[in-house]
Design a protein around this ligand. Sequence first.
Ligand SMILES: NC(=O)c1ccc[n+]([C@@H]2O[C@H](COP(=O)([O-])OP(=O)(O)OC[C@H]3O[C@@H](n4cnc5c(N)ncnc54)[C@H](O)[C@@H]3O)[C@@H](O)[C@H]2O)c1
Length: 374
Amino acid sequence: MEKVKIQLKKTGHAFYKILIGHNFSKNIAKFLRKEFPESVCVIIADETVKKLYGENLRKELKKNGQKVFLFSIPEGERSKNQKYKTMIEEKMLKLRIGRQSVIVAIGGGVVGDLAGFIAATYMRGIPCIQVPTTLLAMVDSSIGGKTGIDTEQGKNLIGAFWQPRAVFVDLKYIQSLSQRQFINGLVEAVKVFLTSDANSFLYVEKHISIILKRNQEALKKVITSAVSIKARVVERDERESGERMILNFGHTVGHALENLSQYKIPHGYAVALGIIIEAGIAVDTGKLKISDYSRIKNLLINKMGIELKTLGAYKPKEILDHAKNDKKSKNGKSRYVILKEIGKVYVCKNMFAHHVKDSAVIRVLNKINLANKK
Ligand SMILES: NC(=O)c1ccc[n+]([C@@H]2O[C@H](COP(=O)([O-])OP(=O)(O)OC[C@H]3O[C@@H](n4cnc5c(N)ncnc54)[C@H](O)[C@@H]3O)[C@@H](O)[C@H]2O)c1
């Protein structure tokens, strides 16, 4: 089992562990019994994960003597909203679940973000533990305490920072993911490596064929590296006032595409297209070498099967306008994380995201569309 620790300076619950290994149900039960012995346990899952793993976890916790409820939401991004937040809160209130309770979020990023946000606001805040079941949630969304919901105006526009008390990354969950969901998560690991760790990016390039076949050792290495990098970035900048913004590489355009497609493009796929466009912007602004850009495109497009044709459905101006709704925007202008080289981002005057002229974004989008049509 691998252990990664997060030590935060600013919040009350200043320390938690991320455990990476296999078959954690008993460990979760033991952890809850030790840390929250008298608490009511509320498991939140989506319908699919409830059937696959949630029911079993409920049984395990019940066997452990804990009072447990299991609530589910329909699967998919469309459930990450105020309606389902309220639905679960009302169920909890009707059952008179009080402050002595703990939420266990088992699922992908949708459940993790929604359940984490419920924990952040229920009775002014109750503990939450994250049990990620998608690769995306394992390497990214379950760690670092960003929780929230989507609105008509855009993604994650309402939310809170609410750190989990523990994260259990159980690699056995990866086996039941579709290849699409698997790649969706791998993109977020690649993103972390592109901004912070050239060696891990190289490792993925070299081992992509066994990674795609879900070789356990290779996956454990990729997940542990991505989790460790994210943990260190979060420690240095918990509230995303500076360095943590680098984890949004690919997300200014990625979120715009998700929103434009009404969430039909899965998050990781939208981020992959965002990475290609934002790396293109870095080349256009003279910061990134073409050879690095080619490596990025080769991995994402040729090896991982990201299709640029998805972009053709949207006009460059539409993408640009949606990108301005991003949380990183300042004075109505979108900002971008700019790669300097593989493993490093461009930082200027302690700024990690930068204004880019609209004309440059449009130029890059047109160029990519044109190249794609050839
Ligand atoms: N909080 C953060 O820091 C952060 C970071 C990145 C992404 N996110 C958010 O994460 C969300 C995307 O997460 P996601 O891609 O995990 O989507 P998701 O939660 O919708 O899960 C994708 C699908 O996989 C299914 N699934 C989950 N685990 C499974 C398993 N083990 N086997 C089979 N099927 C399984 C789910 O039922 C769902 O249909 C977005 O809302 C995004 O904004 C948050």
